[in-house]
Write a new protein. Structure first.
Length: 270
């Protein structure tokens, strides 16, 4: 019998199911309580409980209907006088608070609504290199999907960049792979953003909401609009690609100057 359906029956009949299925470690021996005969049962309760106990797991409702038909062949044809028959017919004098399955609800009505997973903007594969700076400096994120990560070459270039921008030096270089090994990338957008949020706010990065970020390489739309990062600078090439393209470094320098000028102006006004 379905466990949820069994518990629903017992709750409607006022029976509390509390006995453990296995002995609990260190627990005292169980005491089996027997109802006193002087307490009259609720009208129709004993018959319903016996009918419920005889239900087959595959034909729950059919078992009760079969019990009613069996009584009708013993001389009660056309009469709904048995407690089970009154229970099913909804007679006000013997009606017990019934679970939803007896109220004519079909399986389509009680079945939960299907969960629609909107994963249209979740990347199928994503590999990031995250570089955390000291104090309140920006977080550098490089999209290196399908690329190597020569850290011994990238980090000196990042150090020169931060020194030119008068930003705190880098502290942590952390890789990130999506999806995780052995898992699937099929998930909702909210679940993907929750994973990214846990990564940013974790013990190693310790980013605050709206963390300043310099993004290098392709920027997924979901991350751009997710609200987890304040994208202060977005350069279409990754740091790995910048190593081999001097002209791209000059273009990046121009973008960095657009950020540096307002910052220096604010410091001068203060």
């Amino acid at each position: 019998m379905n466990e949820a359906q069994r518990v629903a029956y017992l709750e409607q009949l006022g029976v509390v199911s509390w006995m453990p299925r296995q002995p609990l470690p260190g627990a005292l021996p169980s005491e089996y309580l027997v109802c006193e005969e002087s307490i009259p049962p609720v009208e129709g309760e004993a018959a319903v409980m016996s009918a419920v106990a005889a239900l087959d797991s595959s034909t729950a409702l059919g078992g009760i209907q079969g019990a009613v038909q069996a009584q009708s062949h013993t001389g009660m044809v056309g009469q709904a006088t048995s407690p089970v028959d009154s229970f099913l017919s909804g007679d006000a004098s013997t009606k017990v608070n019934r679970p939803a399955i007896f109220d004519g609800a079909s399986s389509e009505q009680v079945a939960p609504a299907p969960v629609i997973v909107d994963s249209s903007r979740v990347p199928d594969q994503l590999r990031l290199g995250l570089i955390r700076t000291a104090d309140q400096g920006p977080l550098l994120i490089c999209n290196i999907t399908g690329q190597d990560w020569p850290e011994h070459k990238v980090m000196p270039m990042v150090g020169q960049m931060l020194h030119f921008m008068q930003q705190p030096a880098s502290q942590i270089c952390l890789p990130f792979e999506w999806p995780f090994p052995g898992s699937s990338a099929k998930c909702s957008e909210q679940e993907f953003l929750a994973v990214l949020k846990a990564l940013l706010s974790g013990a190693r990065l310790q980013c605050q909401p709206g963390q300043r970020c310099w993004w290098f390489g392709e920027l997924p739309e979901l991350i751009q609009q997710g609200g987890l990062l304040q994208i202060e600078l977005h350069y279409p090439l990754s740091l790995v690609q910048l190593l081999e393209q001097p002209e791209a470094k000059a273009q990046l320098l121009q973008q960095l100057l657009t950020i540096k000028a307002p910052t220096e102006q604010q410091e001068a006004n203060q």
